[in-house]
Design a protein around this ligand. Structure first.
Ligand SMILES: [Zn+2]
Ligand SMILES: [Zn+2]
Length: 128
C-alpha cells in the first residue's frame, strides 16, 4: 500500500462520520502537504472498487466515503446535513417477503431532523 493510500485510509478509519473527498483532502494535506486532489480521487476510487471503503451517493449531497462496508442504511438530517448510520437487518427480509423473491440490493436514505437539531429548533441553520 502506498503512503498516500495508507494516510487516506487512516483518515477514514479515525473519523466517526462519513467524509467527502474535499474533507479527506483537507485532512490529508495537514499530514502530507504535497498530496494532490487527483491522488485523493484516484485512491478513493480504487479503494471503493476493491471494497475497502464504500462510496455513498445521496441526491443533493456531495458523495461521501464510508469506512463501514457491511450493509447498512443512512439517516440524513434535512436541517444540518449530517449523515448517520442505521442498521435495519429485518428490512431486507421484509422486502423479500413482500416481493416473494430475493432482492439483489437496495438503497435507503431516511430524511429526518437529527436529535441535536431538534433540541435547538431556534438556532440558525448551520453553514455547510
Ligand atoms: Zn441535524
Ligand atoms: Zn454509513
Amino acid at each position: 500500500m502506498t503512503k498516500q493510500r495508507e494516510l487516506i485510509l487512516n483518515i477514514l478509519k479515525q473519523s466517526d462520520r462519513h467524509l467527502t473527498a474535499d474533507e479527506i483532502f483537507f485532512l490529508a494535506k495537514l499530514k502530507m502537504p504535497s498530496i494532490a486532489m487527483a491522488t485523493i480521487y484516484n485512491n478513493l476510487n480504487a479503494m471503493n472498487e476493491a471494497g475497502m471503503i464504500n462510496r455513498l451517493h445521496i441526491d443533493g449531497v456531495a458523495d461521501c466515503f464510508d469506512k463501514i462496508t457491511a450493509p447498512h442504511d443512512h439517516l440524513l438530517c434535512d436541517r444540518c446535513g449530517k449523515i448517520t448510520d442505521i442498521r435495519l437487518p429485518a428490512l431486507a427480509d421484509e422486502l423479500e417477503r413482500e416481493l416473494g423473491t430475493e432482492i439483489e440490493d437496495y438503497e435507503l436514505t431516511v430524511h429526518y431532523i437529527c436529535p441535536e437539531c431538534r433540541r435547538a429548533p431556534k438556532r440558525r441553520q448551520q453553514e455547510q
